[in-house]
Design a binder for this molecule. Structure first.
Ligand code: OSB
Ligand code: MG
Length: 376
């Protein structure tokens, strides 16, 4: 049993090293909710991946803050917490708000690994010592800039290039990229930018031999993705629509996708991420770890999760320096020249928190404390 004495919420503001554009909008700077648990003399951290606006999902940092403050943190402080895996049961009454739940649950797993004095990856059931890495490249102002970015990332060793796409930023760029790099692992991510009228158009992408097409249709859809999957040879990968294990099962049974992107925040924490991983593994569906422009805290958690056996495709977990001039962990996340990240062997996440830098970046904070406990 852990005695969680206090939960500190804080918002940090951090400009991205490079703006990131998707079909749903442009991000130049992040507002990030971090949670810090204080328990038995230890400190454990979690990062909430909710964005600045409810554009990727219906959560945003401000809704995550209020739900954490009023509903979730009190449940952790008032109840006995046995393990990371016991947190979903404490949060069950609260519907949705998975990114808010995930930040706290992941911090409890981090705490559990520290108490057990083992790596978080080991606690989660990880088996890989290194994880294969890809990059997600946002929509660029010009095709020339896109080609330069791809060249830089391939030179850095990344094993897979994912292109953000949307109508008018699709066939034109796929053609250019494929004619220059015929053999690289290439995929695209539409973040729900296409509709039923686009099926014939999407079918023309088969000639580009993409590894997958990520979330082409509605963010909450399985049925029309299964219709589209019947029409095309290229694998569909679902991101936004997979909220939990049951969604993964439905999507696999309906043949809505052949690959699943797991984002630990999108599914509400490590417990559900492991459940999605396992159900996909049982059915022969490969998974990979998605990213949400995380700082080192969320990035370290993604690395630990990616060490599970069915994370067999390169993920969107890449080096800190692609996002931040200075990350908030020590050392920063680095990628080897062959495009791999070494899973840390140290206790907990394996990275140290740069508390001084976090203090400098903090624009809002709040501390919630446990009521005085009656000790037997
Ligand atoms: O759909 O995978 C996505 C970033 C923000 C929101 C949604 C997505 C993304 C990315 C970037 O593709 C992943 C990363 O490098 O962190
Ligand atoms: Mg995606």
């Amino acid at each position: 049993m852990f005695n969680i004495d206090a939960i500190h919420l804080r918002e940090i503001n951090l400009p991205l090293a490079h703006p990131f554009e998707t079909s749903f909008g442009l991000t130049t700077s992040r507002r990030i909710l971090l949670v810090e648990l204080e328990a038995d003399g230890l400190r454990a951290w979690g990062e909430c991946v909710a964005g600045e606006h409810p554009y990727f999902s219906d959560e945003m940092i401000d809704t995550a803050w209020i739900i954490t403050e009023t509903e979730l943190a009190p449940r952790l402080l008032d109840e006995e917490v046995a393990s990371g895996g016991s947190v979903p049961a404490l949060f069950k009454q609260v519907r949705g708000h998975r990114m808010a739940k995930g930040a706290l649950e992941n911090a409890v797993w981090d705490l559990e690994a520290q108490v057990a004095r083992i790596p978080l990856a080991e606690l989660l059931g990880g088996t890989r010592e290194v994880i294969p890495c890809g990059v997600s490249i946002g929509i660029q102002p010009t095709v020339e800039q896109l080609m330069e970015k791809i060249e830089t990332e391939l030179d850095a060793g990344y094993q897979r290039i994912k292109l953000k796409c949307k109508p008018d930023w699709d066939n034109r760029i796929f053609e250019k990229v494929r004619s220059r790099w015929p053999d690289i692992l290439l995929s695209c991510d539409a973040n729900s930018a296409y509709r039923l009228k686009d099926f014939d158009h999407i079918a023309t992408w088969d000639e580009f031999r993409l590894l997958m097409i990520e979330q082409p249709l509605w963010y909450d859809d399985f049925y029309f993705h299964s219709m589209l999957q019947k029409r095309i040879a290229t694998s569909i990968c679902l991101d936004e629509s997979i909220r939990n294990r049951r969604d993964a099962l439905a999507a696999i049974d309906m043949a809505s996708c052949k690959i699943i992107n797991i984002k630990v925040g999108r599914v509400g924490g490590f417990s559900e991420a492991i459940a999605v991983h396992n159900v996909a593994a049982e059915r022969g569906i490969p998974v990979w770890c998605g990213g949400m422009l995380e700082t080192g805290i969320g990035r370290a958690h993604n690395i630990a999760l990616s060490s599970l056996p069915n994370f067999s495709l390169p993920g969107d977990v890449s080096a800190s320096k692609r996002y931040w001039v200075h990350d908030i962990i020590e050392p920063e996340v680095t990628v080897s020249p062959n495009g791999e990240i070494t899973v840390p062997a140290g206790i907990g996440s394996g990275y140290a928190i740069d508390k001084k830098r976090i203090e400098e970046l903090t624009v809002r904070r709040q501390t919630l404390r446990a009521r005085a406990r009656v000790t037997a």
